[in-house]
Ligand binder design. Sequence first.
Ligand code: NI
Length: 138
Amino acid sequence: MSKLTRISISLEEDLQKQFDQVVEEEGYPTRSEAIKSLIRQRLVQREWIKGNLVAGAITMVFDHHVHEVANKLLSVQHDFVDVIVSTQHVHLDHHNCMETIIVKGKPRRIQRLVSELKSIKGLKHQSLVMTTTGKDIA
Ligand code: NI
């Protein structure tokens, strides 16, 4: 970890009040920790925008009784072995399954996987958590 530096910023009073509300409601111990978290969020967004090597998690919930949905999910995943690190399947109840796919690779390829999965009929929900490999984030 590099040494700490101190910066001071000027904010409109109303914006500062809103920021302090975020700090309190989201449980940050200090304003500094909240600012650091916001900066890192932006850095991660930029990694995705700039096409750097990134990581992520895709989650999907579906009813495995729905015709072919499970097979189609498998078939798409076999076309993206270059970015899929692991897949976990959980049986939530008699009907519903949750699958989590951990990915690492170029954003464009990951987004392609996400859209091919999204095109499968029978998914109840799908989401992508865009995160970082951590390599270039201080
Ligand atoms: Ni299942």
